[in-house]
Write a protein that binds this ligand. Structure first.
Ligand code: HEC
Length: 125
């Protein structure tokens, strides 16, 4: 009896774990969706240089002070326009993403960078 119960519990746990690993890509539905989508893009395309938290403490970008995106210090002015410009054009050693991301993806990434910068509420999410 107890054995059967244990097997059932284990089965349940396995089903739960399978459900959790099934990560769907977030959809762009309003601002929250944009930020979620931007986060996925940031983690895939930007975090290797800017770090997941945006502080730029990586092997590639660590010696460039402006690679830190969350210290409130900008080479440009930190507006959405200038962030978008940097993403489109790049700036050595940062590559241009003009042809690697769609306009929609660039917009979402800008939203996320601004969220990272302003809020730093990582823990709350
Ligand atoms: C190969 C490494 C690399 C990758 C990949 C990269 N960056 Fe950068 N990025 C840098 C470096 C280094 C700087 C600082 C350059 C400088 O001194 O202007 C920078 C600067 C920036 C700036 C300008 C900051 C300011 O002070 O004005 C923004 C915004 C930015 N990156 C966003 C992104 C986003 C968004 C992505 C992903 C789509 C990305 N970067 C991908 C290396 C990278």
């Amino acid at each position: 009896m107890i054995r059967k119960l244990r097997a059932l519990v284990l089965l349940g746990l396995a089903a739960l774990a399978a459900g959790c690993s099934d990560q769907a890509l977030p959809e762009a539905d309003g601002r929250g969706g944009d930020i979620a989508a931007g986060r996925v893009i940031f983690e895939r395309k930007c975090a290797r240089c800017h770090n997941v938290n945006g502080d730029g403490e990586t092997v590639v970008a660590g010696r460039f002070p402006y690679a830190n995106l969350i210290d409130g210090v900008w080479r440009s002015d930190g507006t959405a326009e200038s962030i978008e410009k940097q993403i489109r054009r790049g700036r050595d050693p940062m590559p241009s993403f003009e042809r690697k991301l769609t306009d929609e993806q660039i917009r979402q990434t800008v939203e996320y960078v601004r969220e990272l910068t302003g809020a730093r509420k990582e823990a709350a999410r």
